[in-house]
Write a protein that binds this ligand. Structure first.
Ligand SMILES: [Zn+2]
Length: 552
């Protein structure tokens, strides 16, 4: 999904200082806010035409005309004053109207979707002559309103980072009360939006959304990569093992400038697994748990908290590393779906959460990077951990002390059978992600030859017929073979590539029988490997890679 870029936003959270009756006031204000919002939701239900108006502004005007008596509009159709006797300040009313509009829009789009699904299912059933199997329940309008009070201008004032003046409903009158606030200061240049009074863990907080005011949008990626000298990108491979993220900095021509391992996965998994094991044991003691009933709330809260915390720490480090090297783009791979494996509850749950964590790290990195004008992008994840970053041969992946003969997913080391490069498998994946990104945009820069469609059929079939009876080829021959293939000529003689290499790598390669994933960019257009990568990533010099193993 593509979203239009917008200015960076952030919400700052301030704790509201203690006042003897504040709890009652905030409670009363929130209750009133929700009552007004619920009233307007009902008005919208009676006059659904409001939702078809061009924007919220027009809808707001229409709703006020329906409910609010003024000199010109002395007889509103559904007067608010009759439904709710309390005096409602105009800005309080408007904030509640917007809350109601949001809920109504969401409810109606859900309802619309449900109707479409139902109609589709019924039509399908009718075509087959069977009764419809569609049993999903329709969405229902909110039964309970529990929104936080939103304060528009006039309801809050004199905010200076240490104190704020809030207008609250005490239960019988509106009063302005000064509160001390504590929290991280909002940096200069960030514009404050309308805050919310939020209750969290028995405490009242002020959540202030902010927008970066003088934000200059970064240049398009194509443009940035055209500047080969200065542009740098940071490629990130997210893992579910100890190295949660492996980052490599690439220059625009593909050379790897720096690497960083962000670790802490093992400890996180250990803590998480222990908590999930406790959940499992408690569940076995309790017996049956009703559906939709939450259990072990405290333990799950703990698990969520450590995950969230880790995602914040890791994403912050990724952005910091990218900034250290002046990278203007951070590249991830698209994340695959989680396929649960058999095992104990704690193991499955742990793995699932490790997968989720990657998504979280990605999302947090995205917003944290954008604030520093760093673009986030994602590339196709296909074979990023299976191919050699130097020559794209499928690699063997193995653990220390094992023979490098097969691809064991998750193993820490890799060995390329063609160019004999070896090293850390996750770093190899990270380098691949970076290359893939640069390759993607090099097709935009050097269009003429690059757009030719990948040759399907001919060459591939031909090579299949040829079978495995070919001699082991060197990587040099392999390039030759590939280039001919790209030009669409049938390759009869030179097919030493996959099969030849496969023999040496052994069983793992059997998994990917069939045509090699053909790449769209002719090899000549790809960044030069000879000098760049190899020189910068000597396999033996692995110990020299800076690592960030510090206490996650
Ligand atoms: Zn290689």
């Amino acid at each position: 999904m593509k979203r239009r870029a917008s200015r960076p936003t952030k919400t700052y959270r301030f704790r509201l200082g203690y006042r003897p009756k504040a709890d009652v006031w905030f409670g009363e204000t929130q209750e009133l806010f929700n009552r007004v919002a619920a009233f307007y939701f009902d008005v919208i239900e009676v006059h659904p035409g409001v939702l078809e108006l061009a924007d919220d502004k027009e809808a707001l005007t229409a709703l006020e005309r329906l409910t609010h008596a003024t000199a010109q509009n002395s007889q509103p159709v559904m007067p608010l004053a009759e439904a709710i006797p309390e005096p409602i300040p105009a800005m309080f009313r408007r904030a509640a109207i917007h809350a109601a509009l949001g809920s109504a829009r969401s409810f109606h789009s859900n309802l619309e979707r449900w109707r479409k699904q139902k109609a589709k299912a019924e039509e399908k059933a009718r075509a087959k002559g069977k009764p419809s199997k569609f049993h999903a329940r329709p969405p229902i309008p909110p039964r309970r309103w529990n929104k936080s009070t939103v304060l528009y201008d006039g309801m809050w004032d004199e905010f200076d980072g240490h104190a704020v003046l809030l207008k609250v409903w005490t239960g019988d009158s509106w009063t302005r009360v000064k509160f001390q606030v504590s929290g991280r200061p909002v940096p200069a240049g960030w514009k404050l939006g309308s805050p919310q009074i939020v209750r969290q863990g028995g405490q009242w907080h002020l959540h202030i959304p902010t927008t970066c005011n003088g934000f200059k949008f970064p240049a398009k990626v194509e443009k940035q990569l055209a500047d080969k000298k200065r542009t740098r990108i940071c490629a990130v491979d997210l893992n579910i093992n100890d190295s949660l993220a492996v980052c490599t900095i690439h220059s625009a021509d593909g050379a790897v400038v720096a690497t960083r391992f962000i670790r802490g996965g093992r400890e996180l998994q250990h803590r998480r697994k222990r908590a999930l094991g406790r959940v499992a044991r408690k569940r076995s003691q309790t017996g049956v748990i009703r559906e939709y009933q939450s259990d072990n709330a405290k333990l799950f809260r703990y698990v969520r908290a450590i995950d969230n915390d880790t995602a914040h720490r890791v994403s912050r480090r990724i952005v910091k590393f990218a900034r250290e090297y002046g990278a203007s783009v951070i590249v991830f791979e698209h994340l695959g779906h989680f396929r649960p494996e058999k095992g104990k509850y704690s193991k499955r749950g742990n793995e699932k959460r490790s997968y989720w964590l990657r998504g979280k790290i990605y999302r947090y990195t995205q917003y944290k990077a954008w604030e520093h004008r760093i673009i986030t992008s994602r590339v196709n994840p296909r074979n990023t951990s299976r191919e050699c970053a130097c020559c794209h041969t499928l690699v063997a992946r193995y653990g220390a002390g094992e023979a490098p003969i097969e691809f064991r997913p998750g193993a820490p080391l890799f060995l390329c059978p063609a160019c004999l490069k070896r090293g850390n498998a996750d770093r190899n994946a990270s380098v691949n992600i970076g290359h893939r990104f640069i390759e993607r945009y090099s097709t935009h820069l050097e269009k003429p030859q690059a757009v030719s469609a990948p040759p399907k059929g001919g060459a591939e079939q031909c090579s299949k017929e040829q079978g495995v009876s070919v001699s082991h080829g060197t990587s040099g021959e392999r390039y030759g073979a590939q280039r001919t293939r790209k030009q669409g000529k049938p390759v009869k003689q030179a097919r030493p590539s996959s099969e030849g290499a496969d023999d040496r790598v052994g069983t793992a390669q059997e998994k990917r029988e069939g045509p090699r994933p053909s790449r769209r960019i002719p090899r000549s257009l790809r960044p030069q490997r000879s000098g760049g990568y190899a020189a910068n990533t000597p396999s033996a010099a692995y110990a020299g890679v800076p690592e960030e193993a510090a206490g996650l």
